[in-house]
Design a binder for this molecule. Structure first.
Ligand SMILES: CC(C)(COP(=O)(O)OP(=O)(O)OC[C@H]1O[C@@H](n2cnc3c(N)ncnc32)[C@H](O)[C@@H]1OP(=O)(O)O)[C@@H](O)C(=O)NCCC(=O)NCCS
Length: 188
């Protein structure tokens, strides 16, 4: 069963989050295609990245909202409405009430707390409205930026999952750091 999207949308003074729409496809391509940071850290995102990839991704996100397996948001600049990034959540078995979060920020929007703000908003929603009991995220052990975002949003570094993923571009196994946040630890 699907999860209702937040209404009104999640927002603070800087970012607004809403589910992806079909018309977002060109902006997703502009943000992702050829970006070396996204290529380096998000191995599952194809490169080069074209309109067909973006349309497939949006369709996949819509299915996940509808069947309750995921909740993925476009992160928009609150003032201009332009695309600043993405924050996505995957839900496992509802018995365990665990949500796993991921994110990326477009080149020109980086370094302005966009990822941290979006992550905080999504975490608050997941705890207060969705009833998630454990939030977790995994960052490549070499991805300092992503780990800093997790810490700034209040996550605790639990440990390193050694050689836990295969990275197709690097043709090697890589270590990931597991972070978690429990409801009582949510920052104000
Ligand atoms: C990692 C990423 C999401 C950060 O987004 P952002 O909006 O620029 O991050 P913020 O502005 O919220 O930064 C939060 C903190 O991280 C730090 N940070 C951001 N990028 C960093 C980097 N590359 N190296 C070291 N620290 C970094 C910032 O300095 C800030 O810390 P500070 O306040 O102590 O100075 C963005 O660079 C990105 O999309 N990278 C490519 C995709 C990716 O790595 N996604 C995560 C996969 S798990």
């Amino acid at each position: 069963m699907g999860i209702p999207a937040p209404d009104p949308p999640l927002a603070d003074a800087v970012v607004t989050l809403r589910p992806w729409r079909e018309e977002d496809a060109p902006a997703i391509v502009a943000a992702i295609d050829g970006d070396p940071e996204i290529t380096q850290w998000l191995d599952l995102i194809p490169q080069p990245y074209g309109l067909a990839d973006a349309r497939d991704y949006i369709a996949q996100c819509r299915r996940a909202w509808a069947d309750g397996t995921g909740a993925t948001f476009a992160v928009l600049e609150a003032t201009s409405g332009s695309l600043a990034g993405s924050t996505g959540v995957r839900f496992g078995d509802p018995v365990h009430a665990v949500a796993e979060i991921g994110y990326w920020v477009a080149r020109e929007a980086r370094g302005r707390d966009v990822a941290t703000r979006a992550l905080r908003l999504v975490c608050r929603w997941l705890v207060d409205e969705v009833g998630v009991a454990r939030l977790q995220l995994q960052a490549d052990a070499l991805n300092q930026g992503s780990q800093r975002v997790a810490e700034k949003a209040g996550f605790t570094r639990e440990g390193v999952l050694r050689a836990s993923r295969w990275n197709e571009r690097r043709r090697t196994r890589v270590d990931f750091v597991m972070f978690s946040l429990l409801p009582a630890e949510l920052p104000d």
